[in-house]
Design a protein. Structure first.
Length: 128
């Protein structure tokens, strides 16, 4: 939606839907999915802010970087807090585990690889 410059009235409509407590509970979207959406927005912002580098006397982007229009930036300002609120609401969808729960963190060399083959959640190293 951000990359396609969806009109702001539609963004607002989608934002209201996304952060509706009833819809968050009904659609059972996990906190990780909301986190991933927020992370994609952050990546888009980082790409747009990358400085240009000079190559062979010409100024060229360091890589293909999307140029964010003012409308896209305004849409980000609407969507990012909405996704954050929805993430908080979605925590109620996470089942509570009964009994004692232990969390073990593997920080061995194999943990430098992405968390999931099909997704780009990053690696455990990105967490600290």
């Amino acid at each position: 939606m951000i990359k396609c410059n969806v009109p702001q009235p539609l963004i607002t409509k989608v934002a209201n839907f996304i952060q509706s407590p009833v819809q968050v509970e009904k659609n059972r979207t996990t906190p990780l999915q909301y986190y991933s959406a927020i992370d994609e927005i952050d990546k888009l912002l980082r790409q747009a802010d990358k400085p240009k580098m000079e190559i062979e006397g010409e100024e060229k982007p360091a890589e293909e970087k999307p140029v964010l229009s003012e409308e896209a930036k305004a849409n980000i300002n609407i969507l990012k807090p909405v996704l954050s609120n929805a993430l908080q609401l979605s925590m109620q969808n996470v089942e509570v585990l009964k009994g004692v729960t232990y969390i073990f963190v593997d920080v061995s060399g194999s943990m430098r690889s992405p968390l999931s083959g099909g997704k780009s959640y990053g690696s455990v190293r990105d967490c600290y």
